[in-house]
Design a protein around this ligand. Structure first.
Ligand SMILES: [Zn+2]
Length: 308
């Protein structure tokens, strides 16, 4: 081929093309290298520690219990490419206000005791879309699994709590023994149940001044119990599932764990003393003093009016 036959413009275009592709690949590689290992993310470490701690407390036998933690997009973007969806999983319910939100959720059938050893199998990170009807899996459920069967109760509770407190991030469910036992022997009226818990430890009214709400026994894993739980979550961060366990909600894993821990301690005291003659208690007047001291408003109508 003679020199005059060579089209230098073609060569220039091809070279430009190659340069662009190399640039793109380099940018991709740099982005990937900048991303950190998600197992080092503070939210992941806290989730693993919490699941382990709950198991160690005896609240999550076998595959009992589930946790969902809402995580901000900016936080997740430090660890992964948000456009890479592993698979889509239908949720089977509507939660229109949660579209675009990200949740780290325990897997269905998974054991809390195993979360620390294989987080990528026992946890999953999902993004909600289609008015809540679809979850996009971005990380986890590595054995082909999916989120907890209680996702309806979790997501509906998140939506309900976010309406009350935009800082809410956690919904947690477990089976603490004493609270569960109490639902067999105590009146399930919410005011009566709350007042008993408040009377069992001085800190109770301080930790949950709004009290606890109570659901009768219902079939778990259904949208119906999800709707009922979310409705109860509008007025309290703790919802007892009679003869089953408890749901807690809060702004972080510590607060939510602490709520359940405090209610469970109170239930433990109740189960220790319920069969004994009661000689002393925390009076309503004493509880009003606690409310003053910690600047709290107790659930309306739950304490006897103050004496003048
Ligand atoms: Zn359960």
């Amino acid at each position: 081929m003679a020199l005059k036959d060579i089209n230098f413009n073609d060569i220039k275009d091809a070279a430009k093309d190659v340069a662009e592709k190399v640039g793109e690949a380099t940018r991709d590689t740099v982005e990937k290298l900048k991303r950190k290992d998600i197992l080092t993310a503070p939210f992941m470490i806290e989730m693993i520690r919490t699941a382990t701690n709950m198991y160690d407390h005896g609240w999550d036998e076998r595959n009992g219990g589930n946790i969902s933690l809402m995580v901000d997009e900016e936080e997740i973007a430090k660890y992964m490419d948000l456009t890479e969806v592993i698979r889509e999983i239908p949720t089977g319910f509507d939660a229109p206000t949660l579209d675009g939100k990200y949740f780290l959720v325990t897997g269905t059938g998974k054991y809390f005791k195993n979360v620390q050893y294989a987080p990528e199998v026992n946890l999953g990170l999902i993004r909600i879309k289609d008015s809540g009807r679809t979850a996009e899996l971005l990380w986890g459920y590595a054995d082909g699994g999916k989120f907890t069967s209680e996702l309806p109760a979790h997501l509906m509770s998140h939506a309900a709590r976010l309406e009350v407190n935009p800082e809410n991030r956690v919904v947690m469910h477990c089976h603490p023994g004493n609270l569960l036992a109490m639902t067999y022997v105590h009146d399930l009226d919410e005011k009566a149940f709350t007042r008993t818990l408040w009377q069992m430890c001085t800190e109770c009214i301080v930790v949950f001044p709004e009290g606890v709400n109570v659901l009768p026994w219902m079939l778990c894993g259904t949208n119906e119990i999800g709707v009922a739980t979310a409705e109860k979550m509008k007025t309290a961060r703790l919802v007892v599932w009679s003869q089953h366990g408890i749901y807690g909600a809060g702004k972080d894993l510590d607060e939510t764990f602490g709520l359940i821990e405090t209610a469970e301690k109170a239930a433990e005291i109740y189960m220790k003393i319920a069969h004994l003659p009661l000689l002393n208690t925390i009076t309503d007047e004493a509880m009003w003093l606690l409310c003053d001291r910690f600047e709290l408003t107790p659930r309306e109508g739950y304490l006897a009016p103050r004496q003048a």
